[in-house]
Design a protein around this ligand. Structure first.
Ligand SMILES: *Cc1c(COP(=O)(O)O)cnc(C)c1O
Length: 374
C-alpha cells in the first residue's frame, strides 16, 4: 500500500461542486483584483482568529514582510526569531532590510525557546518573530512579557497554525500582527499562493492595506514604497468555501495524531511530538524524532510511503546567511532537530488502514531487524 504524505485531491473531491460554483462566481463578475470576496474572506478570517482586522496579501511570506514594514522595521533594525523554521521566516526579515537574530529552540516543541531571547536583545532590536511550528503555538506568555518589558513589537508567524490556540487565544491574535499562509499544503490551502495579516490595531490594518497596493493610499499617490501583494479574488472565493470545513479537518488531524501517539509509543527508536497542552494543536505536521533518521527515510521511500524532513538545515547554517557569522554548534537544539526529525502523513482524509500501514512500516524498521546496516 502506498500512502502519500499529503493528498490534496481527497479534500477537494468532497467540496468540488461548491468550489467550482465559487470560481464561476468570480468568472462571471470578472472582478479579479480585490473583489468583494476578498473583503468577505478577510472578515471571516479576522473573526475566526479573534482579531478586529485582517488584510489579504499574496503569500505567507509577504504577510510577514508587510507586517514588519507596517511596524516600521527596516535597515539597522534587528528582529529576534527562531533558528528552526521554513526559510521565509528569516527571509522576510532580510527583505524588510533588517537583520535576523536567531535563537535556539525548545527541544520538546521545536519552537523558539523564550528563555534564550532576552540575552539577544540590543538597542537595535525592534521585534520578536515567533513561529507556531507544525501547528502548535509557541510559548507566547513569556514572549509577550519580554516584548512589553523591552518595548518591542511581536509578529506571529502563524503560517502553519490557523485555528491553533494558546491558553484560550487563537494564533495570530496575540502579537501586534499575525501572519497566515494559504499555500496549498497548509491546513487552509488555496489553489496557489495567498496570505493574510491579522491585527487589532486599525492603523496597522490601514498600513498593510496600503503596502499591498504599492504604498498608495489613493491611486497614484504613494506615501510608502510598497508592493504588488494582494490576495487574488479567485483564491479568496475558494478559501471562503474551505474555511467552513477547517475545524472538521483540524479535528481529523488531531484524531490521526492521537492514533499515532498511542501506536508509536512503545517503539524504541522514535519519539512522538509533545502536545504542551496550551490549547488546540492543529498538526500541520506530525513530526517525529527518529534514530537512524536518514535510513528510516530511505525505508519509507522504498515502501512507497510519504514522508518529509522539515527542516534539514537550521536557518543559521544556510549559505545565504553565512555573512551573519553563525557557526555549527551555535544552535545545538535546532541542529540536533535537523538531524532527527521526520514528518509522516497526517492529512485529514488519511484512512484507518493507511495509518496502520504507516505504523507497521516504522515498527518493521526498528523491530523487524530491517535495515540493520552500520
Ligand atoms: C509556509 C510558511 C511560510 C510562507 O508562506 P508562503 O505562503 O509559502 O509564502 C512562512 N513561514 C512558515 C513557518 C511557513 O510554514
Amino acid at each position: 500500500m502506498n500512502v502519500p504524505l499529503l493528498d490534496l485531491k481527497r479534500g477537494f473531491e468532497g467540496i468540488e461542486g461548491e468550489i467550482r460554483e465559487a470560481i464561476e462566481g468570480v468568472l462571471d463578475s470578472q472582478r479579479f483584483i480585490l473583489g468583494p470576496q476578498v473583503k468577505e474572506f478577510e472578515e471571516e478570517v479576522a473573526s475566526y482568529s479573534g482579531t478586529k482586522y485582517a488584510v489579504g496579501v499574496a503569500s505567507g511570506s509577504d504577510a510577514l514582510l508587510l507586517a514588519l514594514r507596517a511596524l516600521g522595521v527596516g535597515p539597522g533594525d534587528e528582529v529576534i526569531t527562531t533558528s528552526f523554521s521554513f526559510f521565509a521566516t528569516a527571509g522576510s526579515i532580510s527583505r524588510a532590510g533588517a537583520m535576523p537574530v536567531f535563537v535556539d529552540i525548545d527541544p520538546e516543541t521545536f519552537n523558539l525557546d523564550p528563555a534564550l531571547i532576552e540575552a539577544k536583545i540590543t538597542e537595535r532590536t525592534k521585534a520578536i518573530l515567533p513561529v507556531h511550528l507544525f501547528g502548535q503555538c509557541a510559548d507566547m506568555d513569556p514572549i509577550l512579557e519580554l516584548a512589553s518589558k523591552h518595548n518591542l513589537t511581536v509578529v506571529e508567524d502563524a503560517a502553519q497554525a490557523i485555528g491553533s490556540e494558546y491558553k484560550g487565544r487563537r494564533a495570530g491574535s496575540m502579537g501586534n500582527l499575525g501572519c497566515f499562509s494559504f499555500f496549498p499544503s497548509k491546513n487552509l490551502g488555496g489553489f496557489g499562493d495567498g496570505g493574510m495579516v491579522t491585527m487589532d490595531d486599525e492603523g496597522l490594518a490601514e498600513k498593510v492595506g496600503i503596502l499591498r497596493k504599492h504604498g498608495g493610499r489613493s491611486e497614484y499617490h504613494h506615501s510608502m514604497i510598497g508592493y504588488n501583494s494582494r490576495l487574488d479574488t479567485l483564491q479568496a472565493a475558494i478559501l471562503q468555501v474551505k474555511l467552513k470545513y477547517l475545524d472538521g479537518w483540524s479535528k481529523k488531524r488531531q484524531e490521526n495524531a492521537g492514533y499515532y501517539d498511542q501506536a508509536l509509543k512503545g517503539i524504541d527508536g522514535v519519539k512522538t511530538p509533545k502536545d504542551m497542552g496550551f490549547g488546540r494543536h492543529i498538526y500541520n505536521q506530525y513530526t517525529l524524532r527518529a534514530k537512524r533518521r536518514d535510513e528510516l527515510k530511505a525505508w519509507f521511500k522504498a515502501k512507497g510511503m510519504g514522508c518529509k524532513i522539515y527542516y534539514p538545515l537550521p536557518l543559521t547554517l544556510q549559505d545565504c546567511y553565512r555573512f551573519l557569522g553563525y557557526r555549527e554548534g551555535d544552535m545545538p537544539q535546532a541542529e540536533r532537530a535537523a538531524q532527527e526529525v521526520i514528518s509522516i502523513p497526517i492529512f485529514p482524509e488519511l484512512s484507518l488502514e493507511e495509518r496502520e500501514e504507516v505504523v507497521r512500516v516504522i515498527r518493521d524498521f526498528y523491530e523487524g531487524g530491517a535495515a540493520v546496516s552500520s
